[in-house]
Design a protein around this ligand. Structure first.
Ligand SMILES: [Ca+2]
Ligand SMILES: [Ca+2]
Ligand SMILES: [Ca+2]
Ligand SMILES: [Ca+2]
Ligand SMILES: [Zn+2]
Length: 556
C-alpha cells in the first residue's frame, strides 16, 4: 500500500511539475516573464525571439524548443503552435506556455516526451494578439471585447474615428448591460429568477428596454458606444482564400495588412521545416480543420490524415467535436489554418477551447437558468454582476448588470489545468505524427564485375507524409530527394514495385539525385541506382518537412 502511494505521488508530480504555475491567468507582462523564465530554466533546449512588433508596438515572442544534440532545427520536422490570436481568447496563451513547460520539464522523465523533443522542433507563440491581451486584462471589457486589432476605423460612417467607446460607469472593471425601465418595453425580469432578463411573452406587458453596453453617448448622436476600439479581425487577414470586408467582416484592406499575422507568415515562409500547425481559440469545444469556406477542397489523401489526428483528438478532448470549419461552425475567409495548409501544405488545426459545462438537464443547450445555476452552485456568484441602480448622466436612473469579463468564454481557474493539459496533449499527439523517416534497408546486389544495384528503402513510420498531397499536386514547394555519393551512377529511379526491380521509374537527368514527391505516412519509397565502382558510399535523404538523414554503405 505504501509503495502504491509513493508511486502515485511520483506520478502526479511528473504530470504537473514545471516552472510555471497555472493558478491564475497571466497578463501580457507575465506572459513575457514566463517566456524568459523558460529560456533561463532550460537554456540548452530553448531559444526565444521577438518575431515582430504589434500594431501598438508590443513584442510578439516566440519560444523555440530544439535539442541541438540531435541536430539543427532545419534537419527535423517542426510543429508551430500559437495562441490568443483573438485578444480576449486568452486561455490559448496559457495552453502554449504549459505545452512548452510540460515538454521541457518532462524531457528527463517521460519517454514519449523525450523521443518527441529529440525528433521534432517546436515553435510556440503563446500570444499573437499581444495588444488585445494587454487591453483585455487592464481595461474594462465585456467577455467579447479586444478580440481584434486596434486599427483606427470609423465604424458608423460619421467621419469621426473611435469617438464613442464603452465606458465602465461604476468602475468595477466590467462592461455590462444597461437597461432602463420603460412601460411597454420589450423585456421583463423573470419571476423565478429576477436576475434573468428575457423578452416579454405575447401575453405580458414588457417593462424594460436594453440600451446596450455600459457607457455614455460621447458624441451626442443618440447612439451609445457605436464606435469603439477600431477593429480588424486577425484571423480573417491570412493570405489564402482571403475576401474583402464586404464579403468577410473584419478583413482588412488586403491580406496581411496588420503586422501580427504578417510576422507569422514571414516565420512560416522562412521555416520550411514546419509541417504541423495549431491555433488556439475559444470557445465551444471544437477541433476545427479547414477549409473555412466551401469554395476550397482539401486533397482526399490529406483528409485521411486529418481525420486520423482529429478523431484521436476527440478522445483526448472529451466533448470536443472534430469538424470542417465551414460545415461544422461557420464560413471564414482568410483564416490561419487554411493559409498554412493552402500555402505550405502544413497540417493545421484550430481548437476552440472550453466547452460550457452547464447543460445540467442534458438537452444540448445551456439556458439562462442553467448559466445562473453554474454561477451560484459552482462559482458562488463570481461570474455575474447583479443588477443595480445607476444614475446615468444622460439616461437618468438605469440598471447595470450582466456577465463579467472573465466569465463565459473562459474556464474558471480551478478547471484551467485540465483544459491546458488535454489541449497540450493533442498538440503532442499531432507532433508525434510528423514524418519519422529512416533509411531503413539498403540492398546491394552485384550484377557483374564492378556493376552493382543499390536499393534504398526510405520508410516513414508516422502518419503524416513528408509532403502533403496538396502541394504535390499543385506543385508548391520543392520535392524531397535521395542521393548517392562516392560511386559512379549509371542510372537511377524510383522502384514502382518492391518485388520487381525491373519496374523502375527512371530519372533520366542527374540520376545520382532522385527527386521524390513524398514519402507517404506509414509508407515507404524505394530508390534504386545502378552504380559502377566499389568501396564506401553515402546515401542522403533530404526533405524540407520530413527531416534530413544520411547512411554510409559499403559496396562490395
Ligand atoms: Ca465614427
Ligand atoms: Ca462596470
Ligand atoms: Ca454616440
Ligand atoms: Ca461611449
Ligand atoms: Zn477566436
Amino acid at each position: 500500500m505504501k509503495k502504491f502511494l509513493l508511486a502515485f505521488v511520483i506520478l502526479s508530480f511528473t504530470l504537473t511539475a514545471g516552472v510555471l504555475k497555472f493558478d491564475h491567468y497571466y497578463p501580457y507582462e507575465e506572459v513575457v516573464q514566463a517566456v524568459k523564465k523558460l529560456k533561463s530554466t532550460y537554456p540548452e533546449f530553448v531559444s526565444i525571439k521577438v518575431i515582430g512588433k504589434s500594431t501598438e508596438g508590443r513584442d510578439i515572442w516566440l519560444i523555440k524548443i530544439n535539442n541541438p544534440k540531435t541536430g539543427d532545427e532545419f534537419s527535423k520536422p517542426a510543429m508551430y503552435v500559437e495562441g490568443n490570436i483573438h485578444g480576449n481568447e486568452i486561455q490559448g496563451g496559457e495552453t502554449c506556455l504549459y505545452l512548452a513547460d510540460y515538454l521541457l520539464s518532462n524531457y528527463g522523465k517521460i519517454k514519449k516526451v523525450r523521443e518527441l523533443v529529440d525528433r521534432v522542433v517546436f515553435y510556440i507563440v503563446p500570444v499573437l494578439n499581444v495588444d488585445g491581451r494587454y487591453h483585455f486584462f487592464h481595461d474594462p471589457a465585456t467577455p467579447d471585447d479586444f478580440r481584434g486589432i486596434s486599427v483606427k476605423k470609423d465604424d458608423d460612417g460619421d467621419g469621426l474615428v473611435d469617438e464613442d467607446p464603452s465606458e465602465d460607469l461604476d468602475g468595477d472593471g466590467n462592461i455590462v448591460m444597461m437597461v432602463k425601465k420603460v412601460k411597454g418595453g420589450r423585456f421583463v425580469f423573470d419571476k423565478e429568477d429576477p436576475r434573468i432578463l428575457r423578452p416579454a411573452k405575447p401575453d405580458e406587458i414588457g417593462e424594460y428596454q436594453i440600451i446596450g453596453d455600459e457607457g455614455i453617448d460621447n458624441d451626442g448622436d443618440g447612439l451609445f458606444n457605436e464606435d469603439g476600439y477600431g477593429y480588424y479581425d486577425p484571423n480573417r487577414s491570412w493570405g489564402f482564400n482571403w475576401q474583402p470586408p464586404y464579403v468577410q467582416m473584419g478583413a482588412g484592406k488586403y491580406p496581411f495588412d496588420i503586422p501580427e499575422t504578417r510576422a507569422v507568415a514571414e516565420f512560416l515562409k522562412t521555416h520550411p521545416n514546419i509541417m504541423g500547425f495549431q491555433d488556439f481559440h475559444n470557445f465551444g469545444g471544437w477541433i476545427l480543420r479547414g477549409p473555412g469556406a466551401p469554395n476550397v477542397r482539401y486533397h482526399y489523401a490529406d483528409v485521411k490524415v486529418y481525420d486520423y489526428i482529429g478523431n484521436i483528438g476527440e478522445k483526448i478532448l472529451p466533448g470536443y467535436k472534430y469538424v470542417v470549419s465551414w460545415k461544422g461552425l461557420y464560413t471564414t475567409y482568410g483564416a490561419s489554418d487554411d493559409f498554412a495548409y493552402g500555402t505550405f501544405g502544413i497540417f493545421s488545426f484550430t481548437n476552440e477551447e472550453w466547452k460550457l459545462q452547464q447543460d445540467f438537464n442534458g438537452d444540448g443547450k445551456v439556458s439562462d437558468k442553467e448559466r445562473m445555476m453554474w454561477n451560484d452552485y459552482i462559482l458562488n456568484g463570481a461570474n455575474f454582476v447583479n443588477w443595480h441602480k445607476f444614475n446615468h448622466p444622460q439616461l437618468g436612473e438605469i440598471l447595470l448588470g450582466g456577465w463579467k469579463k472573465f466569465s463565459r468564454r473562459l474556464p474558471p481557474v480551478f478547471m484551467l489545468p485540465e483544459l491546458i493539459h488535454r489541449n497540450a496533449e493533442f498538440v503532442i499527439f499531432h507532433a508525434s505524427q510528423l514524418p519519422d523517416v529512416k533509411i531503413d534497408e539498403v540492398k546491394v546486389e552485384k550484377l557483374k564485375n564492378k556493376i552493382f544495384r543499390v536499393t534504398a528503402t526510405i520508410m516513414n513510420e508516422a502518419a503524416i507524409p513528408t509532403r502533403s498531397s496538396w502541394p504535390v499536386t499543385k506543385k508548391i514547394g520543392r520535392p524531397d530527394y535521395a542521393k548517392i555519393e562516392g560511386v559512379k551512377v549509371i542510372t537511377g529511379g524510383i522502384l514502382q514495385s518492391p518485388f520487381n526491380s525491373s519496374q523502375l521509374k527512371v530519372q533520366e537527368k542527374l540520376p545520382w539525385k532522385i527527386w521524390i514527391d513524398q514519402v507517404p505516412g506509414k509508407g515507404a519509397v524505394r530508390v534504386q541506382w545502378l552504380v559502377e565502382g566499389k568501396g564506401k558510399a553515402k546515401i542522403t535523404f533530404n526533405s524540407q518537412k520530413g527531416g534530413k538523414l544520411t547512411k554510409e554503405i559499403e559496396i562490395k
